[in-house]
Design a protein around this ligand. Structure first.
Ligand code: NAP
Length: 435
């Protein structure tokens, strides 16, 4: 028997469990450990609440968990309730699928000012992550600057711009919906340090901006290269650029929409200014070199704004004793191997890139590496040892069956048209399991 512990119950964790089931059949026991009492990581707390079709992938993870030999152990914090070293003494393989939940830092003067918010916090707030339930973003802001030209920036802008009606069918948490309904936002500016041909927004998601009830995208035709150059782009990027070009056409209907979502390309924020809170962002114009890297031109201007949301990527939090690549914000690894018996997968392995589905092949590849290293197993005690350890420490483990009760309670209390009203407090989640 092979014993595998997976830390993190997001997509990379569950795909790794599925891969282990498929690879080893009855000859494996997989424990998925998460610090939260609820599973699915980024699916629950990262994917936008109005993208329910993407969230449906959790049904696949559920099937994995209902299969033999896979357990979910929620409310167990690695580093507090059990250490990596202890897990390594109990399991043939310990796989870190901890994702990249921390913001890459916006290292410019003034970034500490109230009103500057990282995307991890803002996304966590509207998705009901317990760490960010008390965020209180300044939604009295009329002008919001969003730094970054990726899909997270797009999610954040769309959520800020939508009407209550457009959240029908979403699982945006009540506290966020209530605040967004009162929002004063009328201008949202994306600051991209490069141009339309370097945008990291994918076509389907970008296209949604053209169909919002009360907001319209605004681009400056001067930012675009010659249209013939679009032919040189790979197909996905070409589609994104086509959307951007189409945003130049402003219909009379779009003209009436009160919220502008402005694409400010070749724009690099250099300083946040304000008296005790954000009042303006100082931005420097950029130009690209022959390697398509951006450089400041020295030309600066001020963008009046009362909130800045930095969407410039994420980092994996380091774990004491686990080799880490500080520059890239992920575990130091070679094809997922960190140390003997210790592996990483997903964003914790390769950094924050790709869609949810990208984690599937990544996870299957890791399990091949694990299989090569551990052979038939048989040298470790596995879950019986972990259970004993957690019991001796009085850890209140939340099982998958418990989660199903929490989920049922969330479904029962959902507002009309919404699939669930998430609990945002850990104690509430744990209490709901007894309901
Ligand atoms: P991302 O795609 O890497 O985009 C980060 C953006 O931030 C880029 O435009 C980057 O510009 C910019 N940036 C980085 N450092 C900067 C700095 N110091 N100053 C100014 N701008 C800076 O990251 P993400 O948006 O966080 O998304 C993470 C991953 O999740 C991506 O693979 C994304 O596609 C995926 N995702 C997918 C969906 C979906 O499919 N619906 C939704 C959300 C996220 P440069 O290009 O110049 O570096």
């Amino acid at each position: 028997m092979r014993h595998i512990a997976i830390i993190g119950s997001g997509p990379a964790g569950y795909y790794s469990a599925e891969a282990a089931q498929k690879k080893f059949g009855d000859e494996v026991a997989v424990d998925i450990i998460d610090r939260l009492p609820v599973p699915f990581g980024l699916i629950r707390s990262g994917v936008a609440p109005d993208h329910q079709s993407i969230k449906a992938v959790s049904l696949r993870y559920e099937k994995t968990n209902l299969g033999h030999n896979v357990r979910f152990l929620g409310n167990v914090t690695v580093g507090k309730d059990v250490t990596i070293a202890e897990l390594q003494k109990l399991y043939d393989a310990v796989v870190l699928a901890t994702g990249a939940p921390d913001d890459r830092l916006l290292e410019i003067p003034g970034s500490y000012l109230p009103g500057v918010v990282g995307s991890a916090a803002f996304v966590g707030w509207y998705n009901g992550h317990p760490d960010y339930r008390h965020l209180d973003p300044p939604l009295d802001a009329r002008s919001v600057a969003i730094i970054g030209n990726g899909n997270v920036a797009l999610d954040v802008a769309r959520i800020l711009a939508k009407t209550e009606n457009e959240f029908t069918g979403s699982d945006i948490v009540g506290h966020a919906l209530d605040r967004l309904k009162q929002s004063n936002v009328e201008k949202i500016t994306f600051l991209g340090r490069r141009g339309p041909h370097q945008i990291a927004m994918t076509p389907k998601e970008l296209g949604e901006l053209g169909h919002l009830e009360r907001a319209r995208p605004v681009v400056d035709s001067q930012d675009f290269p010659d249209e013939l150059d679009d032919a040189l782009l790979e197909p996905g990027m070409r589609k994104s650029v086509t959307h951007l070009r189409n945003f130049q056409i402003i219909t009379p209907e779009a003209q009436q929409k009160p919220i502008e979502i402005i694409f400010d390309f070749f724009a690099m924020p250099v300083e946040v200014q304000g008296d005790g809170k954000v009042e303006k962002l100082i931005v420097e114009r950029t130009a690209l070199d022959k390697y398509m890297r951006s450089h400041g031109t020295g030309e600066r201007y001020a963008l009046d704004c009362q909130m800045v949301i930095s969407c410039i990527g994420y980092r994996t939090p380091p774990i004491e004793g686990v080799p880490y690549e500080h520059g890239r914000g992920r575990f130091a690894n070679s094809d997922g191997r960190i140390l003997p018996g210790l592996y990483c997968v997903g964003w914790a392995r390769r950094g924050p890139s790709g869609t949810i589905g990208t984690n599937r092949p990544d996870s299957f590849a890791i399990i091949e590496v694990v299989a090569e290293d551990i052979g038939a197993g048989g040298r470790f005690e596995g879950r019986a040892g972990l259970d004993r350890l957690l019991q001796s420490r009085d850890v209140d483990v939340v099982t998958f069956r418990d989660w199903k009760k929490i989920e049922a309670a969330e479904t029962t209390r959902a507002r009309a048209g919404s699939p669930r009203e998430k609990f945002t407090d850990i104690a509430e989640m744990i209490a709901a399991r007894k309901s």
